[in-house]
Design a protein around this ligand. Structure first.
Ligand SMILES: *Cc1c(COP(=O)(O)O)cnc(C)c1O
Length: 345
């Protein structure tokens, strides 16, 4: 890998970050806080939250078995994605490479930041080749985006290909593991020390059942995390979110139960789907959703809407012609979907 200084935009490398009141006095021991121009009334909402989310990172570090200094927390994974562009990609000059199809936010953030976004098509089994991705890179490629399990295809990417890319690419590899909790494949989190060019993304929005609180995680070397922390808004994760996330971490058993139920429900839905006349193919999934090729995705999508059931129409996405993406719900929700599809003519 290139040095972090070579990868970072020069202005960001030189940047002196904003120092907040809570950066300058970090202790909890004091009892009189007259440093941040807060209102002393209206507890507990009156105080600024911890800008570095130290208690939350401690608790998270225990469950994920990582050093809190290797953790960045943001307003959803989307904040981490945007900060990666702003930290490493010079607008109008640098580029990034990503698999296609994949999660739409990588391209949106590239476009917002005026960074060239190069797509490399997956094969018919929705797999990528490290060599083909590398062929699309050049000396100005700062980031490569992978997503495993991939959205919207649902499958894990091949581990040996990911490892090959990690061992070869000179920039940063952003591996989005938003759905890894639902997969049998181990997370790359335990490989962080081995690959200084790896940035892992995870989220509280899926398996953790907390999409409403907006909390995303990035894991990387302390040096890379240091760059993200330098450019984030000082109070990017609010106090209510920090409290709720700590509570969720204390209820880890419940998350594990949700995940195993959802995996069973996924199997139930997939098994029923292959027997439906309007379904041509169900693609194997390692996530809490699956992709299905239908006889006529657009017409079936509209029909389901008229029945009050919303799935995701992926007909216009690369390699996804006539495909719907179905999120696994509760048993009664899944039953309603199946019943509607059985009655479809
Ligand atoms: C849902 C999803 C996320 C989560 O984004 P948040 O901003 O954390 O809610 C990240 N990556 C992928 C691929 C997703 O599908």
């Amino acid at each position: 890998m290139k040095t972090l200084q070579e990868l970072t935009r020069p202005n960001i490398w030189m940047l002196k970050p904003y120092s907040s009141a809570r950066d300058e006095y970090k202790g909890a021991a004091a009892s009189v806080f007259l440093d941040a121009n807060e209102n002393p009334y209206n507890l507990p909402y009156n105080r600024y939250p911890d800008p570095m989310q130290r208690e939350l990172k401690e608790e998270l570090g225990k469950i994920k078995k990582v050093d809190p200094e290797s953790v960045f927390l943001g307003n959803g994974s989307d904040e981490a994605i945007d900060l990666l562009f702003r930290a490493f990609c010079e607008p109008g000059k640098d580029n990034v490479v990503a698999i296609d199809p994949t999660y739409g936010m990588y391209q949106v953030c590239a476009d917002v930041n005026n960074v060239e976004y190069r797509k490399v098509l997956l094969d018919e089994r929705f797999q990528f080749s490290a060599d083909r991705l590398l062929e699309a890179t050049d000396d100005s490629t700062k980031l490569v985006f992978l997503c495993s399990p991939n959205n919207p295809t649902g499958n894990d990417l091949l581990r040996p290909e990911i490892e090959k890319l990690l061992g070869t690419f000179q920039g940063l590899i952003v591996l989005d593991e938003a759905y890894n909790d639902f997969s049998e494949a181990p997370s790359f989190l335990s490989e962080l020390d081995k690959y200084p060019n790896l940035v892992l993304l995870q989220t509280f929005s899926k398996a953790w059942g907390c999409a409403a609180i907006r909390l995303g995680m990035a894991f990387a070397s302390k040096a890379v995390i240091g760059v993200l922390n330098k450019i984030k808004y000082p109070y990017n994760v609010n106090q209510l979110t920090q409290r709720q996330a700590i509570e969720m971490l204390h209820n880890y058993d419940e998350i594990e139960r949700w995940v195993s139920t959802l995996k069973e429900e996924r199997k139930y839905l997939e098994t029923a789907f292959v027997t439906l006349p309007c379904v041509l193919e169900v693609f194997p999934s390692d996530a809490n959703f699956f992709l299905a090729r239908m006889t006529d995705a657009v017409r079936i999508y509209d029909y389901l809407v008229s029945e009050g059931i919303i799935v995701r129409n992926r007909h216009n996405i690369s390699l996804c012609r006539n495909c719907l993406r179905v999120t696994v719900g509760t048993r009664p929700e899944n039953e309603r979907l199946l019943e509607a599809l059985r009655l479809y003519k």
